[in-house]
Design a binder for this molecule. Structure first.
Ligand code: GLU
Length: 262
């Protein structure tokens, strides 16, 4: 893998929250410190974050995610504010500016909006701000929705020609079988190509709090690697591990790029 100059990191609800549904403040603060430090080292960094709906559910004092779409949209409105307030606070502790980008799939499909989006990213880099991206859950309807931030992060990484996309997960990477069920499951360190067999291996189901699961990570990896962006799926519980990646070491599962980005 080439040295990383432009990096997209995706963090999901299960990494950002405890089983109680409340925010894991320590992890969030560590992640912000690491990404601000990467920025200080000269990298262009983008954070793709989930958590709007999850944090909104907590903020509104609801016992679970609303079942209906308007309910989830309202929860996202409330949660996205809270999420950005926390990111601004944690990044702000290191003097790091951030900018919020809320997007839907259609923004990547329309050439004019796509160009506007690219320009917004480039200007944020120019101004020294870290773009913090989420799906615009409050307006995203079924036809225009990514539905999961793994796919969104792949679209962002492709759009800005990132040198790597890191998808933080609640497990160490891709395993040969489900490690919760099979004690013989081993971590697959490198994937040359996302094959249909591999997709079948990953099945469906995400965790209770997120919407992803390994299958969406594989789809994201397929999309990004086809566009020349290597993807690393790794455990998000220790954000400092990202230093090892930047220092050129191997972490998690690396999905190799199909072609070098030009
Ligand atoms: N955009 C959703 C949120 O912020 C999450 C999507 C996902 O978990 O992948 O709540």
């Amino acid at each position: 893998m080439n040295p990383i100059q432009r990096l997209v990191v995706k963090v999901g609800t299960s990494t950002l929250t405890y089983a109680t549904g409340k925010t894991n403040l320590r992890r969030m603060s560590q992640l912000c410190a690491v990404l601000a430090d990467f920025h200080n080292a000269g990298l262009d960094v983008v954070l793709v974050t989930s958590g709007a709906i999850g944090v909104g559910v907590g903020r509104l004092g609801l016992s679970e995610k609303p079942q209906d779409i308007p309910g989830r949209q309202a929860a996202a409105c409330v949660g996205q504010c809270e999420l950005m307030f926390m990111y601004d606070k944690f990044f702000g502790e290191y003097g790091q500016k951030i900018g919020q980008l809320l997007v839907t799939k259609s923004d990547f499909e329309d050439p004019v909006r796509c160009e506007n989006l690219t320009n917004a990213f480039e200007m944020l880099f120019h101004f020294g701000a870290i773009p913090v991206v989420n799906e615009n859950d409050s307006v995203a309807t079924e036809e225009i929705v990514f539905g999961d931030n793994d796919s969104l992060s792949a679209a962002v990484a492709t759009l800005i020609h990132a040198d790597a996309l890191v998808i933080l997960s609640d497990i160490d990477g891709l395993f040969s079988a489900d490690p919760q069920k099979d004690p013989d499951a081993v971590l697959i360190p490198v994937v040359e190509t996302v094959t249909p067999e591999l997709e079948a291996l990953c099945g469906g189901a995400g965790s209770a709090r997120g919407t992803g699961g390994m299958v969406t990570k594989l789809h994201a990896a397929k999309h990004a690697t086809a566009a020349g962006v290597p993807v690393i799926v790794t455990n998000g519980s220790h954000p400092q591990d990202l230093y090892r990646l930047i220092d050129g070491h191997h972490i998690g599962t690396l999905f190799k790029a199909m072609q070098e980005d030009v």
